[in-house]
Write a protein that binds this ligand. Structure first.
Ligand code: AR6
Length: 178
């Protein structure tokens, strides 16, 4: 499923984030950049040890929640990995929506700063961090939609959803937007 916004496109696919051939792949990281399960585990497994060596060297203090940092992509078919730290869901009254939006925003800024024409996102915070998928989908797509024009060289924003449920949630949110 895709939606065109002038020269730019938002696309939804069901699949594995590590298999994407794009300029930047976004990781669902934690603030220590320590690796883990889910997307993070898959990215380091497929990308090899160079990615963690780089995060250790460049970002020894980690990355705050709601922000993101960039490294090379090791063995992945991308130029960069953008490690984004979404919030852990604790009911919705601890600024989760703003933190999630800010993580997506920072990723788009880093994509622009690193001359990326294409970027693939997973659905941040909706696995181990338990953010409800319908709400997360609205925040993700709304934020990207609002900030797409700030990154005019980014032609393709692809959301890679791991299964049918998250895909349907994102599809409904994209319909709402378009
Ligand atoms: N490709 C695309 N999506 C995936 C993949 C994949 N290979 N694997 C899982 N998902 P999560 P979070 C989906 O847990 O909630 C880690 O331990 C998954 O179904 O990866 O932000 C980190 O180190 C879910 O919808 O990220 C952190 O400690 C979404 O991706 C913590 O988990 C995000 O799930 C971050 O938790």
């Amino acid at each position: 499923m895709r939606a065109d916004f002038g020269q730019q496109m938002i696309e939804l696919v069901e699949g594995d984030i590590t298999a994407q051939r794009v300029d930047a792949i976004v990781n669902a990281a934690n603030s220590r950049l320590a690796g883990g399960g889910g997307v993070d585990g898959a990215i380091h497994r497929h990308g090899g040890p160079r990615i963690m060596q780089e995060t250790d060297r460049l970002y020894p203090d980690g990355c705050p929640t709601g922000s993101a940092v960039v490294t090379g992509a090791g063995n992945l078919a991308a130029k960069h990995v953008i490690h984004a730290v979404g919030p852990f869901w604790s009911g919705g009254r601890r600024g989760e929506a703003e933190l999630l939006a800010s993580a997506y925003r920072r990723c788009l800024e880093l994509a622009r700063e690193n001359d990326c024409a294409s970027i693939a996102f997973p659905s941040l915070s909706t696995g181990a961090y338990r953010y409800p998928i319908d709400q997360a989908a609205r925040v993700a797509l709304g934020t990207v939609f609002d900030h797409l024009a700030d990154a005019p060289a980014v032609q393709l924003v692809r959301f890679v959803l791991f299964s049918a449920g998250p895909f349907a949630a994102f599809a409904a949110a994209l319909e709402e937007l378009h």
